[in-house]
Design a protein. Structure first.
Lengths: 133, 133
């Protein structure tokens, strides 16, 4: 495994509505796993959350993450990656969640936005990756 | 959140062919996420792997794990749990992987068994859990 994502599995990050499961670290060092939407741009895997959520707090404290991205048509085909959060930004995060809503839900605007919510975009530098299936 | 799994989400561990994503800790403390089959018996969530795999080595060294179990009919409905591995055993592990193959594949015997493979069953004591969707 190295930081290069196998070309054969790039469809899971780009064209397919493939859910990812994000592993982060809790304050006590134990793992947390939650489902996220994701995409890929400029060499980074990108995810999106809202400020103050557990995974947001975890990634601000500890940049090391893991992601497992599963083919929606075949649960035995997936891409596993490990890497680090190299950028956390609110700039462009609203447009990013809208583009993820377009990808996953087929709508132009993220429909679950809450009034006081501040969206955050995270860029993951992939360090190791491997595909299965 | 406490160690009691909400009754409303128990179907994800029992009747549904719901895949789980398991978070373990690598030797350097970073998270790893991989898909697993799971079931529930005698108050424990149970998973199965083979001796020597990365997740097996991780769980033998560090018992703290996280699991996200997703409804196969609705990716926005899931159960998140965190807990600890309280038992790692080869006893009954072959019968257990066969019963998981029955649950997930509808076959009587696990079809992917490899010649030199030693199956291992892990019991997770749930410490916190919460459902979404």
């Amino acid at each position: 495994m190295d930081g290069t994502i196998p070309e054969k599995y790039m469809d899971l990050l780009t064209s397919k509505k493939a859910f990812a499961h994000l592993g982060t670290l809790m304050p006590d060092g134990s793992p947390q796993v939650t489902p996220v939407w994701c995409d890929y741009a400029d060499g980074f895997v990108r995810i999106n959350s809202a400020k103050g959520r557990q995974k947001d707090r975890n990634m601000r404290r500890e940049p090391r993450v893991s992601l497992c991205v599963t083919d929606p048509e075949n649960p035995y085909r997936y891409l596993e990656l490990r890497g680090s959060i190299v950028e956390i930004t609110e700039t462009g995060a609203d447009a990013h969640i809208d583009s993820l809503a377009k990808k996953y839900l087929g709508v132009d605007s993220y429909p679950y936005r809450q009034a006081a919510e501040i969206r955050v975009m995270y860029k993951i530098q992939v360090e190791t990756s491997s595909g299965m299936g």
